[in-house]
Every structure is written in structure tokens, then in C-alpha cells.
Ligand binder design. Sequence first.
Ligand code: MG
Length: 257
Amino acid sequence: MIIKKSPAEIEAMKEAGRVSAKVLREVGARVRPGVSTLELDQFAEQLIRLEGGIPAFKGYGGFPGSICASVNEQIVHGIPSAAVVLQEGDIISIDTGAIVDGWVGDNAWTYAVGRISPEKQRLLDVTEKCMWAGLDAARPGNHLGDIGHAVQSIAEAEGFGVVREYVGHGIGRDMHEDPNVPNFGHRHAGVKLEAGMVLAIEPMINLGTYKTRQMPDGWLVCTRDGQPSAHFEKTVAITEDGPLILTTEEGYRRPVS
Ligand code: MG
């Protein structure tokens, strides 16, 4: 069941979105060779709590971290670890979210660690472009398939693989609500989008095959062929005026009391 949000509820979700966006940006600023993904995770948790939030990921289904940190061929759900130390040339997807006043924000970005190959840079550029195209399709009157189609057509025109098994999602008081938001699909297909729906749109795009491999820890998902993968995500509210991105720091600062 899709739980639509009233304008007041969407307004209330902005703070969780702001905190999620700030934490993602600040963690991204700490991505460099020599830093471990556990250090990034600890920083993220501290900042979420300092901002008055609760880490949305920590304890979710037993996940131990406040971020998912997925390096190179890792697609999503990497568990932060002291043993994973970033190296020049890596790319890392950081996915993080905060709960504020019972509302959840969720966002992700893939960062370059120092200088990366032109091939990896192209993967990042295209995946980000896919995300923006998906967000732009989040409008009343469109269908879920329009979002997936927008993402898929851009990625596949570049010869990249679109992950099938992992998708975006509705979001609100729960991190994962209906509907599923695939990054593939057909125009005008699927659920009709309406004002009040809030979605996390998150393309996961692979340089090679779209096929995935679930790793033995039960969380980490890698590309089947070992080639790199990128992941970008924002939480967006569908409004009569079009897509309203909630995971942003712009203009939604809570007044100091
Ligand atoms: Mg998500």
C-alpha cells in the first residue's frame, strides 16, 4: 500500500532530508586515500546524532553501520570496516539516512578517491545523470515506468548494465515503503504517480553486466563480472508543482530555538 503524505507531512520530512544530505556531503568530503570505511561510518553516526537525528540504517534488519560503503565492484550494502581502506583510484558509494521526528531521509552518492580512470569517471557521470532523469520523471500523471525508463535508456545508451534485483522505494515513517521503484521499465507502465507520494530514486549502474552476486555476509552485493558499479540516490516528494527533492541542505534549516 502506498502511503501518500500531506503537504504538512512533506514539510515535516524536510528536516530528515536536510540531515541526511548534510551527513552525506560531510562524509564525502572525508573520502580520501588511507581512510577506512569504518572511520567514515563513525563520523557519519556522530554527525547524525549531533544534528538531532537517529541513524536510519543502524540496526535496520540487523545492519551494523550508519552508512553503506560500497567500493569499486561492490554495488550496495557494504558493511563499514576497519579492514576496508580506500586507495587512490577507487570509487565508493556512500549511502546514508537519518530519522528526524519519526521521518526518514535516504540518499547516496558515489565519490572518487583521488584520481580515477576515465572509464570510472564516465560511469559516475552517467549514473548521476540517470538519477537526475529519474527524479525529473517523478511528476503527477507520469507512471512508475517513466522513472525506470528514464534511467534505463540513458544507462543502456552508454552500454552500461542496469541492476535489476535492487531498486528504489517509497519512503516516509519507514525507510522502505511501497512502491518499489525499479531503474528499468516502460513509458506509461506501472502505478500512476500522484502528488503526495515520496520516493527514494536510486540508480545502481554497472560498467559491465547488470548481473549481481550476493556475498556471503548476507549484505554486500557485487557485480557478477567484477567490474565497477555506481549508485546515486535522492529522496523526492511528488507535488503538483513537480519533483521536490527532500534530501537537500538548501533552505530547510530548522530555526534555532
Ligand atoms: Mg534507498
